[in-house]
Design a protein around this ligand. Structure first.
Ligand SMILES: [Zn+2]
Ligand SMILES: [Zn+2]
Length: 883
């Protein structure tokens, strides 16, 4: 290693670019369609092609990359399938906004030209998010990158549509849908966002046709009365018992409509009588079905009153509302107006108020599909992690409604249905040339496109080449793992389950890891209006991708939201720097290191301990990653590198490295240092790919890459319990001395005089073996090890297992201060003791608490009593010194 490389600081930007390029050039991300290795596959949740990397993506893709890199190193034939989603409405909106700036609409362009324009946009800007994923370090197999509108995937979409249709699982029907009058399309129930708004409740008089009185109805939407076809009451509502079946006159419209009885009406709402507008309300629509009521559409696709609205025709729904209320009032029909807070559905895309509307739509009959998707989870063929989501999944699937799959937009998969002039309808995977029935060639394709989620539901197999029987499908389906946010469990995961089982006769994935939301450090949702959004790219630029990724992993506990702040990421940049400095230290001390294997006897206790600790860390980290416990895995890596390696081993080993006393021992230390750090880089690699690759190349100079090295395996044969036990005791003793030093405010440069009393023979031997470490690490100039002595005068004491630690205070400590400390500590422990003894005396506690809990309290009581005795003794002695 040349001096220049050793002395420079870690420069994330430069290093990240260099290694990502290197990985790509060496094809390390590429999966093999045919291979003797065990497969591991993940399909990426395809980000919208309009998307920009946000914290949700950053988290989601970091976790996928950790698992992918981990399995790749374990020798799996690893496929991380990347791609983007065409995102129908979102993308169409973006391009429409562009057009608006030019003063034109998509209708001015026409369908074909508009779609060409969207493709143009996609070519130009569609790669933004892909490049951002690369900056994060994602090791996707880019050679297989897919797009939901590419040729192969479009073929899969048509194939599935036709199969479902032929199986009677797709139908067309009149339906009330959530209609966005701005986007001009139906949107799914899941895409409606509800916001609480202050509105009004208008009470309106509907006179009986026979002139015998009136019924008063309450409504939040008076303009819909133009389409009323009934008034409904609850059949058990005594107030209306005698009027059921009577006709009322619909004000302003002046036509007669019936009063009907339906259980759906709650007597408690308003007056207990409600107006029924089947074309404007899903519940009313269902009621119209039950009572065979007329359905009158009163608005067009832009929510403007149509020809059925009489004099209000041409008015926007809200203008019409104002005018209708005014006219009702003028004509004496308006009884009262109340303030009323209610939930208003908005389009998730453009925030326009949803207008429920009746129109012809295409549906998938999901009940039969859902049945299999539920069974697969019950049988454990697909496992949801954390399992708490299973209940939600089952509940949702059992209440599932048919899926409206048609959208009235242009950007998307156009439904493969053609209409002939003769009335024939052709459903086909290929664009037909002529009508089967009349041979006519004037065919018109269905205008609607499919819901974006239709193509993403096929993602796990369409990306692998379905409907062809490809090697990729054979090798990688079912995929091993899906990592996604819980918020699209139903939008996406459930639908993939249904479609995978339907088309492939097998589940799309074995494990589904559902992560929570990324929030700010206070736990608030990130939003533009709050100004608390953290931009992942900004974080990568500021702190480096490695620190950023590590932070995300460290805070990802199953089932809990992730609280993120730039400070937290900065915190882990210190970790990066610590590792970098440890590397510099290692490289500087590897001088003369030949790589030859030292004799077993040359390894010091510290070397043996380090190797044992590494072995144990590997075991834990493997378990945690196998169980998707990302935070536990990250914490364990962190603890190993920061504490065990940097804080302890690097310090313990310095004397051997620095002194020329034993070249053999030095070589053993060098080997330990080199192998531990390089193995640590392997373990850390899935979390911090760039830093580890940079260090790997500095340490292991054979041109290999850490990302394709073997992930370490725990080896029982290498465990060294003896070294572990001895070193733990030595570390404990050092820590006691350091504690005393810290608590008594003894300056670090002051060398101490210490006696260790180890009556136990084994401990005595260990102290003798570790004397060098202890003197060195605790800065002791005069260390004595005794088997049994009376406590000397003028010392501070500590206990480390069977060893008692006596630190002589004379000349090094502020006695009065120490006295105060002891008194404080004694007071604290006395208080704790009083609390516990009160608890133990409480009969209620003794009756209710488990035996183990009681025993634990008793043990604690004894421990504290012991401590108190020691402290009291110390205080006594200190007082004697002070005199
Ligand atoms: Zn909209
Ligand atoms: Zn025909």
């Amino acid at each position: 290693m040349d001096e220049k490389n050793i002395s420079k600081a870690f420069e994330p930007a430069e290093v990240e670019l260099k290694w990502y390029q290197h990985w790509l050039e060496n094809d390390y991300f590429r999966a093999e369609g045919k291979s003797g290795k065990k497969p591991f596959s993940i399909v990426i949740p395809p980000p919208n092609v309009t998307g920009m990397l946000h914290m949700g993506h950053a988290l989601n893709n970091t976790l996928q990359d950790i698992m992918t890199r981990y399995r790749r190193m374990q020798g799996y034939n690893t496929l991380w399938m990347p791609g983007t989603d065409h995102a129908g409405i979102a993308t169409q909106n973006v391009v429409e906004q562009e057009l608006a700036k030019e003063g034109i609409s998509r209708h001015d362009l026409g369908r074909e030209k508009f779609i060409a324009r969207v493709w143009e946009w996609k070519e130009k800007y569609g790669g933004v998010i892909t490049n951002q994923l690369k900056r994060l370090g994602c090791s996707c197999d880019w050679s297989r990158e897919r797009f939901t509108m590419d040729e192969g995937l479009s073929r899969a979409v048509r194939e599935v549509f036709v199969r479902l249709f032929k199986d009677g699982l797709i139908y067309q029907g009149d339906y009330i849908v959530n209609w966005c009058p701005r986007c001009h399309t139906a949107i799914s129930d899941l895409e409606v966002e509800f916001t609480e708004e202050k509105g009004n409740l208008w009470n309106i008089r509907y006179p009986y046709a026979d002139g015998t009185g009136e019924v008063i109805v309450a409504t939040t939407r008076p303009e819909t009365m133009l389409g009323d076809t009934a008034v409904a009451v609850n059949p058990n509502d005594k107030r209306y018992k005698d009027v059921i079946g009577k006709m009322v006159i619909l004000p302003l419209v002046n036509k007669e409509i019936p009063i009907i009885a339906d259980d759906y009406v709650t007597a408690e709402f308003g007056t207990g009588a409600v107006k029924i507008t089947p074309a404007c309300d899903p519940a009313d629509f269902a009621m119209a079905d039950r009572h065979n009521l007329e359905i009158i559409r009163i608005m067009d696709g832009s929510a403007v009153i149509n020809e059925n609205g009489g004099i209000y025709q041409g008015q926007d729904r809200y203008t019409a509302r104002k005018n209708i209320v005014k006219d009702l009032e003028k004509a004496g029909y308006l009884v009262s107006i109340e303030d009323y807070t209610h939930n208003v559905g908005k389009c998730y895309r453009c925030k326009t108020d949803i207008e429920p509307a009746v129109s012809k739509q295409w549906f998938v009959k999901v009940k039969p599909l859902a049945k299999n998707a539920v069974a697969a989870v019950v049988k454990g063929k697909t496992k949801l992690v954390p399992p708490m989501w299973e209940g939600t999944y089952f509940e949702w699937m059992s209440n599932i409604r048919d899926w409206c799959i048609s959208r009235q937009i242009w950007w998307g998969h156009r439904i493969p249905v053609w209409y002939c002039e003769c009335g024939e309808m052709i459903v086909s995977t290929e664009t037909p040339d002529a009508c089967d029935k009349c041979k006519g060639t004037k065919l018109r394709q269905e205008e609607d496109v499919l819901d974006t989620w239709f193509s993403s539901a096929l993602w796990p197999f369409s990306t692998l080449g379905w409907p062809d029987k490809t090697d990729d499908l054979k090798t990688f389906y079912p995929t091993t793992l899906l990592v996604t946010g819980f918020d699209i469990l139903f939008f996406w995961v459930a639908r993939m389950m249904m479609m995978g089982l339907y088309c492939m006769k097998d589940v799309p994935f074995k494990d589904v890891y559902l992560h929570a939301l990324v929030r700010d450090e206070k736990g608030d949702k990130m939003s533009k209006s709050k100004g608390n959004i953290i931009d992942p790219i900004e974080m990568i630029e500021k702190f480096g991708a490695d620190s950023f990724r590590f932070t995300l992993a460290a805070f990802t506990a199953q089932g809990r939201d992730i609280r993120m702040s730039p400070e937290r990421i900065e915190g882990y940049r210190h970790f990066v720097n610590k590792i970098w400095n440890a590397t510099k230290f290692t490289l500087m001390n590897l001088e003369g290191y030949s790589g030859a294997k030292p004799a077993a006897g040359d390894y010091s206790l510290a070397d043996r301990w380090m190797k044992d600790k590494l072995n144990r860390a590997v075991a834990d980290i493997t378990t945690y990653l196998d169980e998707y416990r990302f935070n536990d895995a990250a914490a364990r890596v962190y603890h190993f590198i920061w504490n065990e390696l940097c804080d302890w081993y690097l310090e313990l080993v310095k004397p051997v490295l620095y002194s020329g006393e034993s070249p053999e021992k030095r070589a053993a230390a060098q080997e330990t240092l080199h192998s531990t750090l390089s193995t640590a880089m392997k373990v850390l690699h899935p979390f911090m790919p760039f830093l580890t690759e940079e260090i790997w190349h500095m340490l292991v100079k054979d041109g290999s890459s850490v990302m394709v090295s073997d992930f370490p395996v725990y080896d029982d044969a290498r465990s060294d319990q003896e070294a572990c036990d001895k070193m733990s005791l030595i570390i404990d003793v050092i820590s006691r001395v350091r504690n005393i030093r810290g608590e008594m405010n003894i300056h670090p440069s002051k060398k101490l005089k210490v006696i260790l009393a180890a009556p136990d023979q084994k401990a005595f031997n260990t102290m003798q073996e570790g004397a060098g470490y202890i003197s060195n690490m605790a800065r002791i100039e005069d260390l004595k090890i005794e088997s049994k002595i009376e406590e000397p005068k003028g010392v501070a004491t500590g206990v480390a297992g069977p060893v008692r630690v006596f630190v002589f205070l004379e000349g090094v400590v502020d006695i009065a201060g120490e006295q105060a400390r002891l008194e404080k500590e004694i007071a604290r422990i006395s208080k704790d003791l009083a609390n516990i003894s009160r608890k133990l005396a409480n009969s209620d506690f003794r009756e209710k608490a488990a035996e183990a809990v009681i025993r634990k309290e008793q043990t604690r009581f004894q421990d504290l009593q012991g401590k108190l005795e020691i402290l009291n003794g110390a205080l006594e002695r200190l007082k004697k010194i002070a005199v």
